[in-house]
Write a protein that binds this ligand. Sequence first.
Ligand code: SF4
Length: 195
Amino acid sequence: MSSELHLPAATAAPSPARKPRVATCSLAGCFGCHTSFLDIDERLFALAEVVEFDRSPITDIKHCGPCDIGLVEGGLCNAENVQVLREFRAHCKVLVAVGACAITGGLPAQRNPLDIGTILRDVYVERTGLAPGSRVPDDPELPLPLAHVHPIHEVVHIDHFLPGCPPSADAIWAFVTALLEGRAPPAGWGAIHYD
Ligand code: SF4
């Protein structure tokens, strides 16, 4: 797939002070969608020519600032996920749910039929082989788990959905470049990839 980017006239020659800003975040996922994003390989250099990266695996930015495009991997399994997602929504003009976990809850949502208290007791208290005195972790630094895992559109407005588990690097490239070029992002089963 070509690594050329054809930005619309308004952004074809962005001033150094105002390139489009792109951010990503991983919520309750496996980082596989981010790995797929990084698998666009040398096309990252073409992308880096025309955009600034905000929070992403390429930077060390912890909190998203004002952005043009935000890519979200993963669903919502704890209170911190909700907080990060709301911050993303507040800062990103266009928000994309990337991958099955963001769109449906995905694999983490397999716990939804079970009671979260029962899961925690089974894993940390009642499982065989635990050390004496084992208990459910309760450090205040740990984010509180939600009773159920939620897809992100249940909490904030999502502008686009990019399905797959993970979406392929080519699908992510095609999607992001279409948004940057002001085109409708591609859709269709040919672009969808599930391992
Ligand atoms: Fe991982 Fe698949 Fe979820 Fe992406 S959609 S975070 S690859 S499990």
